[in-house]
Design a protein around this ligand. Structure first.
Ligand SMILES: *Cc1c(COP(=O)(O)O)cnc(C)c1O
Length: 371
């Protein structure tokens, strides 16, 4: 019996995407095994972090890597790394950061609720541009002797109003300021693990372990230069400093390592083909329902090469009723509302083996019930 059954909490069939609110991702057995095995011994956490960092750096073609307790935690640690450069005399001044360079430049087009992690770590956000456009001179003018970092976000959901990463890196580095990329949900493609950093020159990039990597929900990955990662580590657990509050456990670290290994070893082409087949099957089943148009949509909401199904019902009331009724089923079925009031989306990516048929039955039955 799972704890969900024991406590009477309904399970969710997640056809909406990698979302923290429904538990992140599903862990492969190998990840669970790695966590269980790691939980059975004590270990020197400094030594473990160093060995894991070296292994993950090799796997991801970066100089260095570090496991955090999530991507938001990694953004906070990146902020602390940039402000303190790992100097213990400066680390103790955080989060107030009196007398330190604490400004973090961010494109208006890249603002998300997650950038609160910068402020939590003592960074002060300085916004440039607007949601449509940003000019190079705006970034140049925003960088001053108070600037610690430029935070750059990836994802088509970020809009196209920001400078590209190469331009951002060129302008920031010419002024001695590091660039951190928040790429929480930008896997696949797996090449993003080295594209932002090794290929484009960002100092570090951070990813959620609990989203597309299918690692522990409380895990994150930071990859980048030796200097930036060392500065992040100096702020982090097991040290008893500010970011001790963002501690990943040995089990989370072990699980994330296994998840990265599995992600890189995966036959991404075969997985994509399975997703395409499931989306086609859904499209066929749902097009048969009166008043419903169901079409493959690509890429997904985060700009990833993952197919999903767009279901249009041409009636906002019907859309909302169906989405709500799916959520109230046992188990719950979670689908994603589109920005268009008549649409919702189904993604095959986050479902477990065999669940796509159950989801199809549920969606058909609620569309019929709310005709
Ligand atoms: C999900 C997300 C985060 C937070 O990641 P966690 O691993 O849940 O801490 C940060 N930034 C962006 C852009 C995200 O999408």
């Amino acid at each position: 019996m799972t704890i969900y059954d024991q406590l009477g909490v309904r399970r969710v069939l997640n056809a909406a995407g990698a979302l923290t609110a429904v538990g992140g991702g599903l862990l492969p057995d190998e990840v669970i095994d790695a966590m269980r095995d790691a939980g059975r011994s004590y270990v020197d956490m400094h030594e473990f972090h160093a060995a894991v960092g070296k292994h993950l750096a090799e796997l991801t073609h970066n100089e260095a890597a570090f496991v955090t307790s999530g991507c938001a935690a990694a953004v906070a640690l990146g902020t602390l790394a940039a402000i303190t450069e790992g100097d213990p005399r400066l680390i103790v001044k955080m989060p107030e950061g009196e007398g330190l360079r604490t400004e973090v430049v961010i494109h208006h087009a890249h603002r998300t609720p997650y950038d609160a992690a910068v402020r939590m770590a003592g960074g002060r956000l300085v916004q440039i541009g607007n949601s449509y456009q940003t000019f190079e001179w705006e970034l140049e003018a925003a960088i001053t002797p108070r600037t610690a970092l430029v935070l750059w976000l990836d994802g088509t959901d970020m809009g196209h109003g920001g400078l590209d990463l190469a331009t951002t890196v060129r302008i920031a580095h010419a002024r001695g300021v590091p660039v951190l990329v928040d790429a929480a949900a930008q896997l696949p493609p797996h090449t993003n693990l080295w594209r932002y950093t090794r290929d484009t020159g960002a100092d570090a990039a951070v990813f959620s372990g609990g989203k597309h990597l299918r690692g522990p929900q409380s895990s994150g990955l930071m990859v980048g230069t030796e200097a930036f990662i060392a500065a992040a580590r100096a702020n982090a657990s097991p040290y008893q400093r500010l970011a001790r509050a963002l501690k990943p456990g040995k089990e989370n670290i072990a699980g994330l390592v296994r998840a990265v290994e599995l992600f890189l070893a995966r036959d991404h082409g075969a997985v994509e083909q399975r997703w395409e087949a499931e989306v086609s099957e859904w499209a066929e089943g749902l097009t048969a329902v009166p008043g419903v148009v169901a079409r493959r949509s690509w890429p997904n909401e985060a700009g990833q090469a993952i197919p999903r199904l767009r279901v249009s019902v041409r009636d906002a009331g019907r859309r909302d009723a169906v989405v709500a009724a799916l959520w109230e089923r046992t188990p719950r079925v979670h689908v994603l509302r589109g920005s268009d009031p008549f649409d919702f989306y189904l993604t095959p990516e986050t479902l477990a083996e065999g669940e796509h048929g159950v989801v199809l039955e549920a969606v058909v039955s609620e569309l019929v019930a709310h005709a």
